[in-house]
Design a protein around this ligand. Structure first.
Ligand code: APR
Length: 314
């Protein structure tokens, strides 16, 4: 992939942290930040740009004052959105962020027509679905980042429980990025050793619960949602595309018959490389897992149906 230019739409906590992480690794040549509040993108681009004097490759960081100033990107990461406020219902939040997504995607289509889009805004699976429908692009070019984060949260819980293996843990989380996510300890490993040979069933269940509560736990302490782990997960996925490393990340992708579903975006293990989604890996799920997966898919479908019923896609 030549150019190595990455656009980030939404220069809030997650977008800016992703930019900083990318700049510190140095795979990306150029990062452009855009935010609906231009001062936010400009200020953060200056700050991150000034940090790169000590970064491995002197990544260039700038701000796009308008959407048309962010052009010809190889990859565009979308973190734009509003957080849920107390007076909002889930449907209110969905409608607001869906509208933002539609606008953002339409600009990307215009100004970076060859890009791969990495969606991060929540509700993640639905926002990724919108990006598919609104671009009409090949499905390998639209990916949702959720499983990469959820599995790093799960790895953290595993390492705390076993007391070793940090950096050697491979955890798997499939399904939606919400209440019905499916941490999968049976196929997670520490240094190649299956988790069920290291800890008890009760401990595995505890890890599953703590992984599902991973985001909420941080909100409890910070009163805002997480950004370091999300930012790093984004940059790890972007680096895999730019390096064409063909790394496996659980990611939200459009299914077309895999796992028995079509026309739905949900998290499954995916090979990430220069073409975005290089391959979708079909796990052989047992009956219990199939039930959990169906529940997860149904919860995403419910939100898509809210949008369909309000003629969002027409
Ligand atoms: N175009 C560009 N930027 C926008 C738009 C838009 N139409 N609408 C909102 N934004 C910007 C906001 O101005 C804000 O700077 O998106 C940014 C979001 O940043 P934060 O509010 O700091 O939220 P953050 O914690 O970064 O989370 C962003 O990622 O992980 C998900 O759930 C999270 O959906 C949320 C998103």
């Amino acid at each position: 992939m030549v150019g190595r230019k990455v656009g980030i739409v939404g220069a809030g906590f997650v977008g800016a942290t992703a930019a900083y992480s990318l700049a510190m690794v140095g795979t990306v040549r150029e990062i452009v930040l855009f935010d609906i509040v231009p001062e936010v993108a400009i200020g953060k681009a200056i700050d991150i740009g000034q940090s790169t004097n000590y970064s491995p490759k002197g990544t260039i960081v700038s701000a796009a004052p308008t959407p048309s100033d962010m052009r010809d990107c190889d990859i565009v990461v979308i973190t734009a959105g509003v957080p849920r406020r107390s007076e909002m219902t889930r449907a209110d939040l969905l409608n607001i962020n869906a509208k933002i997504m539609k606008e953002v995607v339409s600009d990307i289509k215009k100004y970076s027509p060859n890009a791969i889009i990495l969606v991060v805004s929540n509700p993640l699976d639905v926002m990724t679905y919108i990006a598919h429908i609104e671009t009409g692009w090949e499905r390998n070019r639209i990916i949702g980042m959720a499983g990469a984060l959820d599995s790093s949260r799960m790895a953290y819980q595993i390492n705390k429980k076993v007391g070793f293996g940090s950096g050697q843990t491979r955890a798997m989380v499939i399904g939606d990025h919400g209440q019905n996510m499916i941490p999968y300890p049976e196929i997670s490993t520490v240094g190649g050793v299956p988790l069920d040979q290291l800890i008890s069933k009760e401990d595995m269940e505890d890890i599953v619960e703590k992984t599902k509560e991973g985001g909420a736990e941080i909100v409890k302490y910070l009163k805002t949602s997480a950004y370091y782990a999300p930012g790093r997960a984004i940059s790890a996925m972007v680096e895999s595309m730019l390096d064409d490393s063909k790394t496996v990340f659980p990611s939200a992708v459009m299914l077309d018959g895999e796992y028995g579903y079509k026309d739905i975006v949900v998290g499954v293990p995916v090979v990430i490389g220069a073409n975005g989604v290089e391959e979708i890996i079909e796990l052989k799920l047992d009956d219990e897992m199939k039930k959990k997966f169906a529940k997860s898919v149904a919860s995403i479908q419910e939100s898509i149906d809210i949008l369909k019923n309000s003629n969002f896609f027409s």
